[in-house]
Design a protein around this ligand. Structure first.
Ligand code: NAD
Length: 499
């Protein structure tokens, strides 16, 4: 494979990412040649090719799912401890390949090294938490209608789980489904986003194969919507976990409904960041900048609206502008910057459309508002009001829309004035006020005196409203998500009936 880089050196590609094994191939229990045209992966910062992977057809998706179904029967009868050991080995392999993986995450997603580090450590955490799931209780002993019989309810694996992931945190968002699904005895077929199939797919295939996962228990299918829909529609897939936009999530939910299967949707957001009038405004501006600009705002939990009480809005805007103007923009692989590239040209144009249409409706650019592909300058908008594009729509770019609230009650009303409900934050000097406000916000996560972007393996991660269908990832909630109940009664002798 011919890999060019901006520094005229081969991409760091040792160990598990040595491309000789996977370039141009698809992982269906082993690396097989592509059935369709190859998918070329390009670095968002430079547009240079980073590698190629094979792509799948809807027909090969069905083959992969059938293979997974057969492999799952043996996998579920392995002891939970044996399954956990494979996950622990996979975690160790990620740590052993740390430097290679950080480099690939930075280059494939266009994120900072610190973002890549968080993603890698979070992924390792998901593996360790999932490996520990076998110590959770897995059922109940129930009251029996007949004293001679034992009545139990137990959790059983679902079978094959289909996982569809986005490009922004490809390794972590894949692993948060793949690791618990495997730990609990399921087989998995993963479809990563075609923009990030290496850190979102190849890495997982390589570590699980090297950790000793039996062939067929984990497979990858590569491609876009047709491949994703084939996975959702495959009869043997009993759960689809989908992370991505609300638009596509609705389609996935609809298809899953047609096939009567479980679906877990983790979707977009427009998370409110509330600044009350007693807040430490400089700390709030720092947290607010982080929450809107980390990974160029391309995070589902990014703060999509800064809701600020009128009496402190002028000072907050000045401080937010100062924090924003300090942020260096450039290629995070080569420079020490805070803002890297936007994932693709379509997205950068969409960000600019949302900014310009909001300005046309009366919003004011305090700083930023311009771009030179692939970089969008971090932007602060003031005077944002309901009805404006920057108020209503998820931007998925480095834009902080500031909305003025007249008082605490109005701030709560604005915070809830969205179809989304992923994350929220409240800044205040009063814990009592913080709790009073936080308890009235409809969101899957609320942080008092912090910002909206936060995720850990042990927490119940998920959104309300159009941010998700109420399913949750994380620790023990994974047992609910990746297994189902079975009621079993047991008697030593046959029961006799009246006829
Ligand atoms: P997207 O919805 O465009 O794509 C997500 C995945 O769905 C990709 O793998 C894509 O190939 C696949 N896909 C596209 N059409 C499909 C179809 N018809 N059937 C099946 N699969 C299909 O999302 P994106 O642009 O990659 O990611 C950004 C979005 O994801 C944002 O809205 C963001 O908020 C959301 N997101 C949510 C979370 C969360 O945990 N809630 C995390 C990260 C990103």
């Amino acid at each position: 494979m011919n890999v060019r880089t901006t520094i005229d050196q081969p991409l760091h590609a040792e160990g598990i990412l040595s491309p000789g094994i996977w370039a141009g191939r698809v992982f269906q229990g082993r690396w097989i040649p592509s059935e369709r045209e190859l998918i070329e992966v390009r670095e968002p910062a430079t547009d240079l090719p980073l590698g190629t992977v094979g792509s799948s057809t809807p027909g090969s998706v069905l083959d992969a799912v059938d293979r997974a179904k057969r492999a799952q029967l043996t996998w579920q009868s392995e002891s939970p401890e044996a399954r956990a050991r494979i996950l622990q080995r996979a975690a160790a392999l990620l740590q052993d390949n740390h430097d290679t993986l950080i480099e690939w995450i930075v280059r494939e997603t266009g994120g900072l090294r610190a973002k890549a580090e968080t993603e890698l450590q979070g992924t390792i955490g998901e593996l360790f938490h999932s490996a520990a799931l076998f110590i959770e209780p897995e059922g109940h002993v129930l009251r029996s209608a007949n004293s001679g019989r034992l009545s139990i309810a137990r959790r059983v694996p679902l079978g094959v789980v289909g996982v569809i992931t986005p490009w922004n945190f490809p390794l972590l968002l894949a692993m948060r489904s793949v690791a618990p699904a495997l730990a609990l005895g399921n087989a998995v077929v993963l479809k990563p986003d075609p923009q990030t199939p290496i850190t979102g797919g190849v890495v997982l295939a390589q570590i699980f194969a090297e950790a000793g996962l039996p062939e067929g228990v984990f497979q990858i299918v590569n491609g876009g919507a047709d491949v994703g829909e084939a996975l959702v529609g495959a009869p043997a897939v009993r759960l689809v976990t989908f992370t991505g936009s609300t638009r596509v999530g609705r389609r996935v939910g609809e298809l899953a409904g047609q096939h009567v299967k479980k679906v877990s949707l983790e979707l977009g957001g427009k998370s409110p960041f509330i600044v009350l009038d007693d807040a430490d405004l400089d700390a709030a501006a720092s947290a607010g900048a982080w929450a809107s600009f980390l990974h160029q705002g391309q995070i589902c939990m990014a703060s999509g609206r800064h809701i600020v009480l009128r009496s402190v809005a002028k000072t907050y805007l000045e401080l937010l502008r100062d924090h924003t103007e300090r942020l260096a923009v450039g290629n995070p692989f080569e420079e020490n910057v805070a803002i890297g590239p936007i994932i693709n040209r379509r997205q950068i144009e969409r960000i600019h459309d949302l900014v310009t249409s909001s300005v046309a409706s009366g919003a004011k650019i305090i700083t930023g508002g311009t771009y030179a592909h692939p970089y969008y300058r971090p932007t602060v908008l003031s005077g944002v009001t309901p009805g404006m594009a920057a108020y209503e729509q998820e931007i998925f770019g480095p834009v902080a829309p500031v909305v003025i609230a007249e008082n605490e009650e109005h701030a709560i009303q604005l915070a809830n004035d969205t179809e989304y409900g992923l994350s929220a934050a409240v800044q205040t000097a009063s814990l009592e006020r913080g709790l009073r406000v936080a308890q009235r916000i409809r969101a899957g996560m609320v942080h008092i005196n912090d910002q909206t972007i936060s995720d850990l393996p042990g927490i119940p991660m998920g959104g309300m409203g159009q941010s998700g269908n109420g399913s949750r990832f994380g620790s023990t909630t994974n047992v609910d998500e990746f297994t189902e109940w079975q009621w079993m009664t047991i008697g030593a002798t046959p029961t006799r009936y009246a006829f």
